[in-house]
Design a binder for this molecule. Structure first.
Ligand code: ACO
Length: 381
């Protein structure tokens, strides 16, 4: 039935579709390089603005360039009034945070009018990164029946996000924890949402369209939607090791997946899990209560052992989402904010990939294998 000889890879696994200087993922060595830096080296040291600059320019900024870059982000934090109106309507319908972010992101074109159908991709990238925390925090507050807060120009990107959620200026420890998270998840090779963004830009569409498409891909539980369920699972598993084992065993017996485990590329522990667990340990130790951290570590050990028992040979290990859940919970974020906060970090990578794709200018257009019938004849019924 087919005219194509190449074997089908329905999940595109193992297919290399582009060169990139942005990040390298080695699934067997458990290694993630972000613009030349091992994730362990970069994540806990850089500010988020420095990491985005690094991805966009392939070099770290000097102090003058960083000040200009930060100022540019600062200038784009305020949302168009139509965006706020839309968020109010979304809060009335109580749509999910990711749906609200996707709808609001589309409206950012209102502030970026342009005769050029491609838009101004540099300016649009700034608007997107700068606006995401404002959108997420405003929507969160509206859902709680509170008014959105204006951003604080004296605060950096991560600190300002925490401030706009709660109205409190966060401690250095919390800011450091969030920046470590945002840097850790900023880019990760050709993951589904990044690929979606690159496909859209490859048609010479605009930056805002590319990021809106990427948000849709990130939302799903097999990609960015896992950390909320991962934390729910830890709490449901309970505080006693024996109870946790019985609970996880039941899930596997029912054929369910354990959220926060397994990865398409990593066949060893995801290196981001290590970075985030170290950041979480630091945060929980500073708070003086290690109970939840210890519980999460023990649930992780039980889950990995059970996955080896139920899915032998699959090498199902802890992925980034498991410790995302712990760290973001430790930062005081509700599970409903987890995937949107992931997007606040990953939009840095999406925009950098869109620039890269834009430069190569090659339309991404794979083929499919037709398995339907041929030579039907039209007969009116
Ligand atoms: N729990 C239980 N079984 C699992 C899990 C899991 N977490 N992950 C994979 N498996 C099993 C599958 O059931 C399948 O078993 P089978 O062959 O006996 O049917 C086998 O392992 C292979 O699974 P696939 O879905 O083919 O593997 P894939 O590479 O597509 O999966 C994925 C990767 C989607 C991340 C998967 O491991 C999963 O669903 N994990 C849980 C959700 C999750 O944590 N998502 C976040 C991923 S990280 C990120 O995107 C940022």
């Amino acid at each position: 039935m087919t005219t194509i000889d190449t074997p089908i890879k329905s999940g595109l696994e193992g297919i290399v579709a582009a060169e990139t200087r942005l990040s390298s993922v080695d699934g067997l060595a458990g290694e993630l390089i972000i613009a030349g830096f091992p994730v362990e080296e970069l994540a806990s040291r850089a500010t988020f603005e420095e990491t985005v600059y690094l991805l966009w320019h392939d070099t770290l900024p000097d102090s003058d360039s960083l000040a200009i870059f930060k100022k540019a982000f600062n200038e784009h934090r305020t949302l168009p009034s139509a965006t706020i109106q839309l968020l109010r309507a979304a809060a009335t319908s109580r749509v999910s945070g990711m749906d609200a972010l996707r709808m609001a992101a589309s409206t950012l074109s209102l502030d970026a009018p342009d005769d050029n159908p491609l838009g101004d991709i540099q300016r649009d990238a700034l608007i997107l990164i700068a606006s995401f925390p404002t959108i997420v925090a405003a929507y969160w507050r509206l859902l709680q029946g509170q008014e959105p807060l204006a951003s604080r120009p004296d605060l950096g990107h991560a600190a300002n996000y925490l401030y706009m959620l709660s109205g409190e200026v966060p401690s250095d420890a919390r800011v450091r924890g969030l920046e470590t998270y945002l840097n850790t998840v900023v880019d990760h090779g050709f993951n589904a949402s990044t690929f979606a963004a690159r496909v859209i830009i490859s048609t010479q569409s605009d930056m805002i369209s590319a990021v809106v498409g990427a948000l849709g891909a990130l939302k799903g539980p097999l990609h960015g939607g896992a950390p909320g369920p991962a934390l729910d699972m830890v709490f449901a598993a309970g505080r006693e090791a024996a109870k946790a084992e019985a609970y996880l065993r039941q899930k596997l017996e029912r054929g369910e997946r354990l959220m926060g485990f397994g990865h398409r590329v990593y066949k060893v522990r995801d290196p981001r899990a290590e970075v985030l667990s170290t950041a979480a340990e630091r945060l929980f130790r500073a708070g003086g209560d290690m109970q939840l951290y210890d519980l999460v570590r023990s649930v992780e050990q039980t889950a990995v052992a059970l996955l080896a028992e139920y899915k032998p040979g699959r090498n199902l290990q802890t992925n980034v989402e498991f410790y995302t859940a712990l760290l973001l919970h430790g930062l005081g974020l509700s599970t409903n904010l987890f995937t949107s906060t992931f997007a606040i970090g990953r939009v840095g990578g999406w925009t950098a990939h869109a620039f890269e794709q834009h430069e190569t200018g090659r339309l991404i257009r794979p083929q499919s294998m037709y398995t339907g019938v041929k030579n039907r004849r039209w007969e009116r019924r």
